[in-house]
Design a protein around this ligand. Structure first.
Ligand code: MN
Length: 284
């Protein structure tokens, strides 16, 4: 299944995406359903969701929203692709010897086709395509061997980064958390529809130029290692989003940072695509 949040006629609802259409699941899930709750109850809800046939909207006619707007956690791992770690090393950043985790604040989540704002206070804004993992059940001390069972599904994350703000907080929190710097979507593709999350092609273009083009099999710590490591420390909850690292090809090594007017396109095999323009900041 592909589960999305979408808005039409001023109302935001949860739907299932089928090809170029979206079916409103309100009759199944009720008014005011939350994606976190749907994910938590997915095993029980799945038969009704799959069987439901109702009016469908063309995707082109609706606004897609962040699939999980209110995750309890939005975690991300740094320097987790071999070739990306090597390009960072050339820039003087040491390759970490253990998993390097940081928080993106949930307030930076951004709808999959919404503009990304270049802050006036940053001149080094960069893109990072990442496989996003959405946790499906409350879990702690998960073994690598069973880690896949706690995954609800996957989405694309753009871990937009203000490179000049990363050194301003040792935990990266500020440089990773400007408003709009967490595009996520376009929907959640449930785990059963992804044959092997450890081998997905991922591509990011800026203004039509392919900048990142790799596969998730270049990860240093794969997503099961990541879940095992994180749950050594903390309980993961349904709806938590984990951004699992970006491959090589970021703008920083060549100094090609994002500027207003740029257009980013991101694709991951089987998960769909997102597009975002870069706009200048306006303060109200
Ligand atoms: Mn990242």
């Amino acid at each position: 299944m592909k589960l999305a949040r979408f808005t039409t006629s001023g109302r935001t609802r949860i739907g299932k995406v089928i090809d170029e259409h979206i079916v409103d699941l309100t009759p199944v899930l009720g008014e005011d359903a939350s994606m976190r709750r749907v994910i938590a109850d997915l095993d029980a809800l799945r038969p009704a969701i799959e069987a439901f046939q109702g009016p469908a909207y063309a995707l082109a006619d609706v606004r897609l929203e962040v699939p999980v707007p209110d995750p309890q956690k939005f975690l991300a791992i740094g320097l987790n692709y071999q070739k990306h770690a090597e390009e960072a090393k050339l820039a003087g950043i040491a390759i970490p010897t253990s998993q390097l985790w940081f928080n993106k604040q949930a307030s930076c989540l951004n709808a999959p086709f919404d503009p990304v704002v270049k802050p006036d206070d940053s001149d080094k804004m960069d893109y990072e395509i990442e496989l996003g993992v959405v946790i499906g059940r409350r879990c702690r001390h998960v073994a690598r061997e069973t880690a896949r069972s706690v995954i609800a599904g996957y989405l694309i994350v753009n871990d937009v980064s203000a490179r000049d703000w990363l050194p301003k907080s040792p935990t990266f929190t500020l440089g990773k958390s400007f408003d709009t710097h967490g595009p996520a979507g376009p929907w959640i593709t449930t785990d059963d529809e992804v044959p092997d999350p450890l081998d997905l092609g991922m591509r990011l273009w800026v203004n039509g130029e392919l900048r990142q083009n790799d596969r998730t099999n270049d990860m240093i710590y794969d997503i099961y290692d990541q879940i095992a490591h994180l749950t050594t420390v903390m309980t993961l909850m349904p709806g938590d989003i984990i951004a699992t690292g970006t491959p090589s090809g970021i703008g920083a090594p060549t100094g090609r940072f994002l500027v207003p007017g740029d257009l980013m396109r991101l694709e991951i095999d089987g998960l769909g695509a997102m597009e975002a323009s870069v706009v200048a900041e306006t303060r109200s």
